[in-house]
Each structure stands twice: as structure tokens, then as C-alpha cells.
Design a protein around this ligand. Sequence first.
Ligand code: BTN
Length: 253
Amino acid sequence: MPDSPLALPSITAALGPLAARFDVDVVEQCDSTNTLLLGRTDAPSGSVVVAGRQTAGRGRMGRAWIADAGASLTFSLLWRLPRGASPSGLSLAAGVAVAEALQGLGVDGIALKWPNDILRGGKKLAGILVELAGSAAVIGIGLNLRLPQGLPPEVSRGAAALDRELDRNAVLAALLAALHGVLAQFGTGGFVALRDRWQALNAYAGAPVRVIGEFSVPVEGICIGADVDGALLLETAVCVQRILAGDVSLRPA
Ligand code: BTN
């Protein structure tokens, strides 16, 4: 079980020369690392807050991110895109970084579920919440090291954890290093520069799926993958439909 405490010297050592590109703040507890960084938008690009525990962790679509103290790696990265760069597809790009970093650590069964869930063995291992504030993007990532106690059964059925001996400082460093590379590519080439890598990780490629919008009727079709800007392409009975990030969640039909 990955029980090593968060420690800045260990994170810095694991980052090696890349440590100079990040400004990491380790906090024992906060409400939400995203909220904390959103209050520091004048902070330099590469600012990171990692928390041992969040008291009000937030997920997409107003949901909560629930984790027991120490059972989840919860952190946010503030990143500034080059002037004029579009943030479309940024959360998918971040998913590519997380997925590839986990594969690099030897974690098996990793795939991506549009828009930005990281699955292990078909169940949710990690989630990403990207929030924009002016020229800054705050990229929040929650990764289950162990499953929280007392999760509602409908949530725990669909949840996965790393459940293996990995130093959380090394995992954080690997994720930050991967994000550094992916975000540099995203900054110059946009999501399209990473699209093939996203497609290769798409859990539902070619599969029949149902997309449930927050306020719209469900749509069913074949999951073609992500468009050049990160929109989901769904082949329905009548056309290829573009589904925009943030509006929907995806479920096997
Ligand atoms: C989702 O799957 O809905 C996204 C979950 C994102 C959770 C992370 S934990 C670190 C950061 N701080 C937050 O409050 N949320 C993100």
C-alpha cells in the first residue's frame, strides 16, 4: 500500500532537473487544491498544490471528489498557455499525460474515458477537473491510491485504486513530468498534436455508447473518438454528432 507521506524533498528528488520548472506547495489539508490555486492566479506557471487531505474536493459537473485522508493523491497544477493558444481539449491532453505516466510506472489496464476519466480495468481510477482563470488553467487531479471507506455502493462499484506499493511522491513527480511534456506540446500544437495518443487510450473506441447530458436527452451511437478540438465524435443512426466537453458523461450502452 502506498503509505509514504507527502514530502517536498522526496518530490524534488524524484523530479530531478525538472524540479526547477515547478513550485510545489505541500499542504496537510485544504478545502480543495483547485480552489486554493484559483485564489493564486498571479502565481507562476508550474505552481503546484498537493494536499494530504481535501475537505471539499470538487469534481466535474458540481460533483464532490471524495477521498479518505492519505488514500488519494490530490493535487492541482497552475499552467499558463502561450498567448493565443486555445484551451479546447486541455483536459483530454491532461488525461493523456496521467495515463501515460501511470503506464510508465507499470500500472496495468489503463485507459481513458471521454472527456477526462482515467480508468483501470474499466473502473475509474482518477479524475481531472480543469478550471480556467484568465490566462491560467488550473488542472486538478485526484488519483485513488486506495478506495475510500463508506463510498456509496453505486460509486464503489465503478471505482478503482492503485492498491500497490508506490511512493506517492514518486507518483506525483511522474505525473508532473508527464504533464510538463504534454502541456508543452499542447501549448504549441493544441489538442490535435496529442489526438492520436488520446485515441490509442480511448476505452470505448468503436463501442456502442450512450451519452447523457446534464440538461439534454441521452444520445446513443458508436464512439468514434475525439475531434481535433477534443469534442467527442459519436456516430448516431443519422449523422456524426459532436459532443462538447463538460456537457455529458459517457456510459456503455
Ligand atoms: C472528476 O472526475 O469529476 C474530477 C475530479 C477532480 C478531483 C481533483 S482532486 C484535486 C483537485 N482539487 C479538487 O477539488 N478537485 C481536483
